[in-house]
Design a protein around this ligand. Structure first.
Ligand SMILES: [Fe+2]
Length: 180
């Protein structure tokens, strides 16, 4: 992977209170570049022989002290459940297909669709649920997205929405096995 992490001259330094020297824009650029690399076949060695239609799949394409990058495939009936990314910033680029994200606004879940080529970034405290877009269920193409986290993802907390329209944290898990 080519380095895309250097900050252009004249751009603002990251905020000192964040646990990373990277900004959301850096992560967006990195997921975009990595998505291009996947499409160009540079990660073919880690792709599965076939795309499982029922089970979500993820593999880590890059890892260093600052950032980790994941390729995720999405299936129709598997959502991530409502979660945060602990102390990491995040970003994604949709490589193929489409995703629907349900983001917690503070009082409700707001949906948006992210289609092929679309990007999103997640500041600290971002809580969302992500699922493969139902409008694309019939396609034979896999729904794929590239995600980057900085500092590298180590944990995610999960939530449920209470009757009084607040969030209740239900569990925190270490993320050795995957990202979302
Ligand atoms: Fe997420």
């Amino acid at each position: 992977m080519t380095s895309t992490l250097s900050r252009p001259a004249g751009t603002a330094a990251p905020s000192h209170h964040l646990p990373t020297r990277l900004r959301p824009a850096d992560l967006l650029r990195l997921t975009d570049q990595t998505a291009s690399d996947v499409l160009d076949g540079r990660h073919d060695d880690v792709l599965p022989e076939y795309w499982d239609r029922e089970k979500r799949w993820a593999t880590r394409l890059h890892f260093d002290d600052d950032v980790d990058v994941w390729l995720i495939s999405w299936t129709p009936d598997e959502s991530t459940d409502l979660h945060d990314h602990a102390g990491s910033l995040g970003a994604l680029t949709v490589l193929s297909g489409a995703l629907t994200e349900y983001r917690w606004t503070g009082s409700q879940l707001r949906a948006r669709t992210l289609e092929e080529g679309d990007q999103a970034s997640f500041p600290l405290g971002w809580v969302h649920d992500v699922v493969r877009s139902s409008s694309r269920v019939v396609t034979s193409e896999p729904t794929l997205s590239v995600h980057a986290y900085s500092p590298p993802l180590t944990a995610m907390s999960y939530y449920e929405v209470t009757d009084s329209r607040s969030l209740k944290r239900t569990k925190t898990v270490l993320t050795d096995g995957g990202a979302a």
